[in-house]
Design a protein around this ligand. Structure first.
Ligand SMILES: *Cc1c(COP(=O)(O)O)cnc(C)c1O
Ligand code: SF4
Length: 450
């Protein structure tokens, strides 16, 4: 299928029910296919014709980074879980039995990391607002109901729980008027980040219903759209029937005097190579929107400095602004994808050292953890001790932002929980034992107070 055909024929989605056929085409034997399907019964699988035909190099699987980005691997989950679900699949067990086994494994995978459900959901009076997260005073995240899927799913996705159809695990809203009311009650909020899933899965008229009501709010400086559409479905901005309508909406935001920040998720430089992506980037930039880029650092996909160097350079050349390098979160198959913090820092630094200052807008490696975004600034010898130097880029408690702190060096640490404070008995964001029972403070005041 050629690029133009992919665009004019529309969106061809592959889901779990096509997985066996795709794996067969790729030449996998029956047993391996069963094991990969076992993983896909736990973690969501979805891809599309563009990713399969234009991005994946099928002569290089399973090493191909884009293949690894969307196709589950048989060793991504504990071997005993994979074997027992593969056995159910082999014996054609009833769907409900497979579902139950898959759910059991899911619950061991920390579906909602960093207190997303309990700590970040704001309340109006005593009513929680599902589909809204407010962690840092100036930014509210909104999860539009129709945007809770993606053009393809990343195997490392930390939002995977959104996609597996467990209503208890979902957060989504279609109450844009409720969002507007909440924002009016919280005048410190200057930025709304529309996220998912991928909001660019929504048609232009639906997206417009969410975006336009926000334009009347003077307090908002920026509206962000978090999306991987440029990597997974660039035709969204070029060949889709409503591409022009989407671009007009972006122009409307810019003309209203607000920054439309298009937060593009790119995992690998390969994703920027197709002509169609470059055309899409130009079209988006022509609306006055600013494209910023971010991605997590993932073992076996982008865990070499050369990859990040190429990625940031390609982004700069196309007029995009590198923004964040994240550490893979402690959820889903984290054991499989984790890169130790010490190594993550080296990869970041080695790539950073080789790019122009114009690319050094990027920050990281950053952990989106419960207290905030924790950046690993480096490894140093202080008073004869080897330590990590860290700081909070964002914090639940803004008074902690930008203050350096230390943790004992640990070459195998992969997440904040693995770190122990150095030169102190606790981290700055840790409350004392006597504070532990205090309820979390929601941004803008305690629960029930606007
Ligand atoms: C990253 C993040 C934001 C945005 O932070 P910026 O540093 O402004 O990009 C907002 N809310 C949550 C929950 C986040 O994780
Ligand atoms: S595009 Fe983002 S939300 Fe969608 S699967 Fe990938 S990481 Fe998850």
């Amino acid at each position: 299928m050629t690029l133009t055909q992919a665009g004019t024929r529309g969106f061809r989605a592959y889901t779990a029910k096509h997985l066996d056929e795709l794996l067969q085409r790729a030449g996998y034997d029956t047993e391996t296919r069963l094991r990969i399907r076992a993983v896909a019964s736990v973690l969501p699988f979805r891809t599309n014709g563009y990713v399969v035909d234009e991005l994946i190099d099928w002569s290089d699987i399973p090493g191909d980074p884009i293949y690894r980005l969307v196709f589950p691997q048989e060793d991504m989950l504990p071997e005993s879980d994979v074997s027992s679900i593969a056995a159910l699949l082999r014996s054609d067990a009833p769907a409900a039995e497979i579902q139950a086994a898959a759910n059991k494994v899911r619950m061991t995978l920390n579906p909602h990391p960093a207190g997303q459900m309990e700590l970040n959901m704001p309340r109006v009076g005593t009513e929680p607002m599902p589909g809204v997260q407010h962690k840092y005073p100036e930014t509210v995240l909104f999860f539009p109901k129709q945007g809770q899927t993606c053009h393809a799913y990343c195997t490392y996705c930390f939002r995977w729980a959104q996609f597996v159809g467990e209503p208890d695990l979902k957060m989504a809203s279609d109450d844009v008027q409720g969002l507007v009311r909440y924002l009016r009650e919280h005048p410190r909020v200057t930025s709304v980040l529309i996220t998912g899933g991928d909001p660019m899965i929504m048609s232009a008229p639906v997206l417009r219903r969410y975006v336009e009501p926000l334009l009347a709010l003077d307090q908002l400086e920026s509206i962000r759209i978090g999306t991987k559409s440029l990597a997974y479905w660039p035709g969204r901005f070029v060949t889709d029937p409503d591409a022009a309508d989407v671009l007009r909406l972006f122009s409307t935001v810019v003309e209203s005097g607000k920054n439309l920040a298009f937060m593009a998720h790119f995992s690998h430089p390969r994703e920027m190579e197709p002509e169609l992506v470059q055309t899409a980037v130009r079209a988006i930039r022509d609306t006055g929107a600013v494209i910023r880029t971010q991605a997590p650092l993932i073992r076996t996909i982008n865990d070499r400095p050369e990859v990040w160097e190429r990625m940031w350079r390609a982004q700069l050349a196309l007029g995009m602004v590198p923004y964040y390098m994240f550490v893979e979160r402690d959820t889903g198959p984290q054991d499989y994808f984790a890169v130790p913090l010490a190594r993550a820092y080296e990869i970041y630094r080695d790539a950073y050292a080789r790019v122009s200052g114009l690319c050094r807008t990027v920050r990281g490696p950053s952990m989106s953890a419960t207290p905030g975004k924790v950046c690993v600034d480096g490894v140093a010898e202080v008073a004869g001790r080897r330590v990590f130097v860290l700081h909070l880029i964002q914090a639940r408690d803004p008074s902690l932002v930008g203050r350096p702190f230390f943790a004992e060096y640990d070459p195998s640490a992969v997440w904040l929980d693995d770190l122990r404070p150095a030169f102190a008995d606790r981290f700055p964001f840790e409350t004392g034992a006597s504070d532990a029972a205090r309820p979390p403070v929601t941004p803008g005041g305690p629960p029930g107070r606007p």
